[in-house]
Structure formats: structure tokens, C-alpha cells
Ligand binder design. Structure first.
Ligand SMILES: *Cc1c(COP(=O)(O)O)cnc(C)c1O
Length: 373
């Protein structure tokens, strides 16, 4: 039996006729860059995130980059973020010549430990960049309070958390900027790279729209230097179709998560502490990943792989210990919870199309591992 970590082919099969129709339409029109489809996608996604405006961009990474550029962040500036995230979060800061300043995570949610933020804010801090990891929002009240008090803007990295909620507020709607990714493995994935910046502030989205088109408002005249951060019409068309199904897919992810939770409880693996299932806070968790914590993580991963079960480690090395960030001067031991998480976490298959039979198989392999070893 084979259970992959993610099965995008299965999802495509469920929406193939619709997707093929909109693709054929665009092939006939040969209108690929921005245009009506992109605008339709921007308003639909802004609405979904609970804000008024959106600007489609070329990736989640470029959403973060454009947001930082729009804030004028550059050399001499600092941006506070987490070391336990995908590379792009800090990569985008460093690309602009600014400095990522890290604060450690909470060991239960893997999101920011917000108690560690205030002491790291300096006069150079220009933005707070919380990440909503694995599909669950970071604790936003303390972040928003600090932003207000110190007059710094909040750029949410909501790449893994479209539709997640913190006290009824959607991921991406709480800061000045919400950055989404449509990378294929995200909950709303397109057929390539894509992303979006959403905001409740119209002037912010106007700025992002200029930045995504080389900094030009009037064709061939440039007031600022931007980039080519445009979203393709083809990707927008895919997203419009897929958005209709996103809530159903999310419910399926939640139901799969509940099934694993139940298994870890009934098997005694959770009570004995051999497996620590993900902790769900109040609010809407959209389970981009279902991540457990185990002591012998690498052994378990290999055992599952030998038996056809796909898993992944998000992330095996926290960002403060990455080679390319050595110049920041961080050391092993600086963020112990992130370091520990990078040794102990493992993502199990959770995608919406995962069948009960598949999931029962994953659980039986997990059971065998802990019985025999
Ligand atoms: C995926 C991801 C990104 C980058 O998105 P891309 O669309 O792949 O560029 C940024 N931050 C986080 C937390 C992500 O998971």
C-alpha cells in the first residue's frame, strides 16, 4: 500500500472538467498577463480573507517581498519574525538588505511565543512578521498591541493558513498586509507559482500593484523600482475554480485531523507521551499540515517510508542556523524550542482526498512502530 504525503492528481480529478474548460477559454483568448481573471480572483480572495482589497502576485515569496518593499524596508532596518518557518519568510527580509531578528516559538503550537517579542523591539524595528504555521494562526492580540504601541506595521505570513481564524478574524486580515501563497502544496494551490497580498487598506494595495509591475503606474514611466511580481491569468482562473471547494476541502482536512487525534488518544500513544499530537487552540485550524512530535523522529520517518507512507519534516533546520544567515551571528542554543522542534516534528498525510482506508493504514503502521520498538 502507498499513501503519499499529498496527492494533487486526486484533487485534479475531482474538478477536471471545470479546470479544463477555463484553461481552454484562456488558450483561445491568449490573454495571459493580469486582466479580468486576475481582478476577479483578487476580489474573490480578498472577500474570502475578510478584507476589501487584494493584489495577485507571482508567489508567496514575492508577496512578502513586495510588502516589505512597500514599507520601504532596507539596509539598517530590522524585521521581527520566527526562525521556525519556511526560508522565504526571512529570505525576503535579507534580500532587501534588512536584518531578520528572531524570537523563539511556543513548543505546543510552533507559532511565536509572543512573550519574547517586546524585548527584541528596537528603534530599528520596522515590521513584525508573524507566521501562521501549519494552518493555525499565531496569537495575534499581543502582536497587534505591540505594533500599535511601537507604531510598527504587521506583515502576516499567511502562506500556510488561508481561511484560518483567530477569534473570528481571518489569517491575513489582521495586519496591514496579509501574504498568501498558492504554491501547489498549500491549501489553495494553483498550477505553478502564485501568491497574493491582501489588505483592508486600499492605498496599500495600490502601492503593491505598482510594485508588481516594475514600479510603473503609467506605462513606461517609473516613480519607484519594483519588480515583475505579476500573477498569470491561467493561475487566477485555476484559483477561482478551486476557491469554491476550499471550505469543503478544509472540512475534510479537519475531519482527517480529528481521526488522527482520536487514534493517538485511543491507542494510548498520546497519554504515554510517545506521540504529541498537534495542539489546536480556539479558532479555525485549516491543517495545511498535521504535525506530530516524537522522540525517535528519524527512525519513525524511515519506518513509515519503508511501508509506503509519505511524511516530511517542516523544518529540519531552523533559519537562524542556516549557512547563508551565518553573518547574523546566531548560534546553536539561541532558540532552543525551534531547535528541538526541528529534531522532533513530523508531518503526516492530511490532504482532503485521503481516504479512511489510507488513514487507517497510516495509523496501523504507526501502531506497529511503537509496539515493536
Ligand atoms: C510556502 C511558504 C512561503 C512562500 O511561498 P511561495 O509561494 O512558495 O513563494 C512563505 N512562507 C511560508 C510560511 C510558506 O509556507
Amino acid at each position: 500500500m502507498k499513501v503519499p504525503l499529498l496527492d494533487l492528481k486526486a484533487q485534479y480529478q475531482t474538478i477536471k472538467p471545470e479546470i479544463d474548460r477555463v484553461m481552454a477559454e484562456l488558450f483561445e483568448q491568449q490573454q495571459f498577463i493580469l486582466g479580468a481573471r486576475v481582478e476577479e480572483c483578487e476580489s474573490a480572495l480578498a472577500r474570502y480573507c475578510g478584507v476589501a482589497y487584494g493584489c495577485g502576485v507571482s508567489s508567496g515569496t514575492d508577496a512578502l517581498l513586495a510588502a516589505l518593499m512597500s514599507e520601504g524596508i532596507g539596509p539598517g532596518d530590522e524585521v521581527l519574525t520566527t526562525p521556525y518557518t519556511f526560508f522565504a519568510t526571512a529570505g525576503s527580509i535579507v534580500r532587501l538588505g534588512a536584518r531578520p531578528v528572531f524570537a523563539d516559538i511556543d513548543p505546543e503550537t510552533y507559532n511565536w511565543n509572543t512573550l519574547q517579542l517586546e524585548s527584541r523591539i528596537t528603534p530599528k524595528t520596522k515590521a513584525l512578521m508573524p507566521v501562521h504555521l501549519y494552518g493555525q494562526t499565531a496569537d495575534m492580540d499581543p502582536v497587534l498591541e505591540l505594533a500599535e504601541r511601537f507604531k510598527i506595521s504587521v506583515i502576516e505570513d499567511a502562506a500556510q493558513a488561508i481561511g484560518a481564524e483567530d477569534e473570528g478574524r481571518r489569517a491575513g486580515s489582521m495586519g496591514l498586509y496579509g501574504c498568501l501563497s498558492f504554491f501547489p502544496s498549500k491549501n489553495l494551490g494553483c498550477f505553478g507559482d502564485g501568491g497574493m497580498v491582501v489588505s483592508h487598506d486600499e492605498s496599500i494595495i495600490k502601492k503593491i500593484k505598482v510594485l508588481r509591475n516594475h514600479g510603473s503606474e503609467k506605462k513606461y514611466y517609473y516613480k519607484t523600482v519594483g519588480g515583475n511580481f505579476r500573477l498569470d491569468a491561467l493561475q487566477a482562473a485555476v484559483l477561482i475554480v478551486k476557491l469554491k471547494y476550499l471550505d469543503a476541502w478544509t472540512r475534510q482536512r479537519q475531519s482527517n485531523a480529528a481521526f488522527y487525534d482520536q487514534f493517538f488518544k485511543q491507542s494510548g500513544l498520546a497519554d504515554s507521551g510517545r506521540v504529541i499530537p498537534p495542539r489546536k487552540k480556539a479558532g479555525r485550524h485549516v491543517y495545511n499540515q498535521y504535525v506530530i512530535r516524537v522522540q525517535r523522529r528519524d527512525d519513525l520517518m524511515a519506518y513509515l517510508a519503508e511501508r509506503g507512507v509519505g511524511t516530511e519534516v517542516y523544518y529540519p533546520r531552523p533559519l537562524h542556523l542556516q549557512e547563508c544567515f551565518a553573518f547574523l551571528g546566531y548560534r546553536e542554543g539561541d532558540f532552543p524550542e525551534s531547535e528541538k522542534a526541528s529534531r522532533e516534528t513530523l508531518a503526516l498525510p492530511i490532504y482532503p482526498e485521503l481516504s479512511r482506508t489510507d488513514q487507517e493504514y497510516v495509523c496501523s503502521v504507526l501502531d506497529d512502530f511503537f509496539k515493536t520498538r
